[in-house]
Design a binder for this molecule. Structure first.
Ligand SMILES: Nc1nc2c(c(=O)[nH]1)N[C@H]1C(S)=C(S)[C@@H](COP(=O)(O)O)O[C@H]1N2
Ligand SMILES: [Mo]
Length: 392
């Protein structure tokens, strides 16, 4: 996708549609010409000094986790090759011709769809970005990506099947099967996640079969994946083959044991250790890139959250004041939101740079040490200070 050429009609369309979004409550009109070009003439990347020499970003390898080099993020869309990859039971090859999606359980009409039948339905297209619930500082927040997706409405399909009144929970199964040691036995289980009926019926949810205008790539869940905008990546079941409605809670590994955050919280006035399944994305911003052109420095970062409109994002250098950064007008409700800050008069020497984001409800991204004590590494969304050395 060419985001560098302002003449690109796709790009124009995107910019036009972004202006109308209420997701950007603030000052969009102040920077109509703002684009994120790759390095402009004479512009160079300034490396962070907090990245260990041993840190490597490897090319995609079959079966492996892949993270982006966040210091290279310079456009609204992540290419299909660079979009991060996480899978726990390998990457099953699902054949398009024999593919079936089944809707089963407490429904009035059990349904089965071939890929062609899904593709023949009315489609919806949405820009959605997300990160792994296990994303964090150790990977410079590289388990992240933002793409345009096309597919069909999950809500329409569930309405067509008709959820019976006793149906309470909707389970989404992938074609990937792993062996788990449970109660002293080895059992085969599919990757699965569940949603309440209310969450599942959200009109933003889709069954996606295209990513950035291409058929969904094998590693991202070919031919069909679930997409729950505003949620951590784990909700977006890849290689989706079955949707099952039941009247009890689904307790499988990725709902009940893994992707479970353990933190210290007030529960009705009582301090307790609380375990929660990873669900909606927390309000977060990170600084990922600094470039320099002559004496001018540009700081870039991204914002993610559950789709609540953003009020502002600010950058602080050393012990200076919080200063307003600009949000990319290409951003929309469920995308990541790239932001940019013009760093004037950067002095030679070592500096710290940190960002914080505030949503329209006044929720502010806090420093890590002001967040509830957390015993698990899931859901890392505190402020993330970076260090950088500005040459003389
Ligand atoms: N079937 C299946 N779906 C899955 C997973 C998996 O292991 N199997 N991993 C989940 C997790 S933990 C994440 S973070 C996202 C990653 O999606 P991506 O690889 O397309 O970026 O897929 C989710 N969907
Ligand atoms: Mo994940």
């Amino acid at each position: 996708m060419n985001s560098e050429n302002p003449e690109n009609p796709e790009r124009r369309k995107l910019l036009k549609s972004a202006v109308g979004t209420s997701a950007l409550a603030l000052g969009v009109s102040a920077f109509p010409s703002w684009l994120m070009p790759a390095l402009a003439q004479g512009e160079v990347e300034v490396p962070f000094s907090d990245v260990p020499d041993t840190f490597r970003v490897l090319p995609v390898r079959p079966g492996s986790t892949h993270y982006q080099d966040t210091s290279k993020i310079d456009s609204h869309y992540t290419s299909n090759d660079d979009f991060y990859l996480v899978q726990h039971y390998g990457q099953p090859e699902v054949d398009n011709a024999s593919y079936q999606l089944r809707v089963t359980g407490l429904v009035d009409r059990p349904l089965t769809f071939s890929l062609d039948q899904l593709r023949a339905r009315q489609t919806i297209e949405k820009d959605v970005g997300f990160e792994c619930g296990g994303n964090g500082a150790r990977l410079f927040h590289g388990l992240v990506g933002n793409a345009s997706w096309r597919g069909v409405s999950l809500r329409d399909i569930l309405m067509e099947a008709g959820i019976k009144p006793e149906g309470k929970e909707i389970v989404f199964f992938g074609a990937d099967i792993g062996e788990e040691e449970l109660r002293g036995r080895t059992v085969e289980t599919a990757f699965a996640r569940s949603l309440s009926v209310e969450d599942a019926l959200n009109e933003n949810n889709m069954l996606a079969f295209e990513m950035n205008g291409e058929p969904l790539p094998h590693f991202h869940g070919k031919p069909v994946r679930l997409l729950i905008p505003g949620w951590y990546g784990v909700a977006n079941v890849k290689w989706l083959t079955q949707i099952h409605v039941q009247d009890t809670r689904y307790m499988g590994r990725f709902m009940g044991r893994d992707y479970v955050t353990l933190k210290r919280e007030e529960v009705g006035g009582q301090e307790r250790w609380v375990e929660n399944s990873v669900t909606k994305m927390n309000l977060k911003s990170v600084v990922v890139r600094v470039t320099k052109s002559g004496a001018d420095h540009k700081v870039t970062g991204f914002i993610l959250n559950d789709g609540t409109p953003i009020r502002s994002v600010e950058v602080k250098i050393d012990n200076g004041p919080w200063q307003q950064a600009m949000i990319d007008p290409a951003a929309s409700q469920f995308t990541w939101k790239l932001f940019q800050f013009d760093w004037k008069d950067a002095q030679p020497g070592e500096h710290s740079i940190v960002s914080r984001v505030t949503d329209i409800n006044g929720n502010v991204q806090l420093p890590q040490d002001q967040l509830p004590e957390r015993a698990s590494y899931w859901e890392e969304f505190g402020q993330f200070p970076r260090t950088i050395n500005i040459g003389a």
